[in-house]
Design a protein around this ligand. Structure first.
Ligand code: FMN
Length: 209
């Protein structure tokens, strides 16, 4: 297959346009088969040296969820304290995670110590392993959105504490914590834009050298 149809190209653009970071979820469960379909997108991602360094923990137990939520709450409180004036007022009203109610929650890590790929491509820039994990997350995000599911990325966390609470191997670095579920609403604009926190650029800045 050399190219996809123009209808597909247009649908793909629509999918990317309507992908959102979702923080407000309905409480209905996500069907396991549907979740598996979305997670399978990880297996299609590019990775440096074919190292496939992504590692996923499904955060299910009440204990693990409570630890993650407490971690977020503390980090978010500290982040708020770093703002003042109008930014502090807006920040205080932002909802920056769906961790209190998302039916599926995943912590995604990069295995910095993996032998897979024998280090190809990561010698001078070992951070490429983490970037590889991000590419997989992006595919997962689009696969979820294509099925009507919403995904929210949570980074307002103490990674060391989360790794300890989830008891992951020392070589794993946290890339993100993800909330997945049926979104309360759909939108084609970011919530941070709607709330006046920040606006998207209308144009891609490109310099020529
Ligand atoms: C690496 C990364 C970390 C993020 N962390 C958070 C977060 O902790 N909380 C949150 O509400 N949104 C988080 N987001 C979502 C961004 O705020 C969101 O992508 C941006 O506002 C644009 O909105 P959109 O994704 O709906 O287009 C994160 C996104 C990325 C890519």
């Amino acid at each position: 297959m050399q190219a996809f149809s123009s209808d597909f190209q247009s649908d793909l653009e629509t999918l990317m346009r309507w992908r959102r970071d979702v923080r407000r979820f309905r409480t209905d469960p996500v069907d396991e088969a549907l979740l598996t379909e979305c997670l399978d997108a990880f297996l299609l991602a590019p990775s440096v040296g074919l190292s496939e360094p992504w590692r996923v923990i499904r955060v299910e137990s009440a204990r693990a969820r409570a630890a993650a939520l407490a971690n977020y709450s503390a980090a978010n409180k500290a982040a708020l304290a770093g703002y003042s004036g109008d930014k502090a007022k807006i920040y205080a009203n932002l909802k920056l995670s769906g961790m209190a109610d998302a039916p599926v929650q995943l912590a995604v890590f990069c295995d910095e110590g993996t032998d897979k790929g024998a280090g190809l491509g990561a010698g001078t820039m070992p951070e490429m392993r983490r970037y590889s994990v991000v590419t997989a997350i992006m595919l997962f995000w689009l696969a979820a959105r294509a099925r009507g599911l919403g995904l929210g990325w949570v980074s307002i966390l103490d990674p060391v504490a989360l790794c300890r609470d989830l008891d992951v191997p020392d070589s794993w670095a946290l890339v993100g914590y993800f909330c997945l579920g049926w979104p309360e609403e759909v939108a084609d604009t970011p919530e941070l834009e709607d709330t006046g926190w920040e606006a998207r650029r209308g144009q891609l800045p490109i310099d020529v050298r």
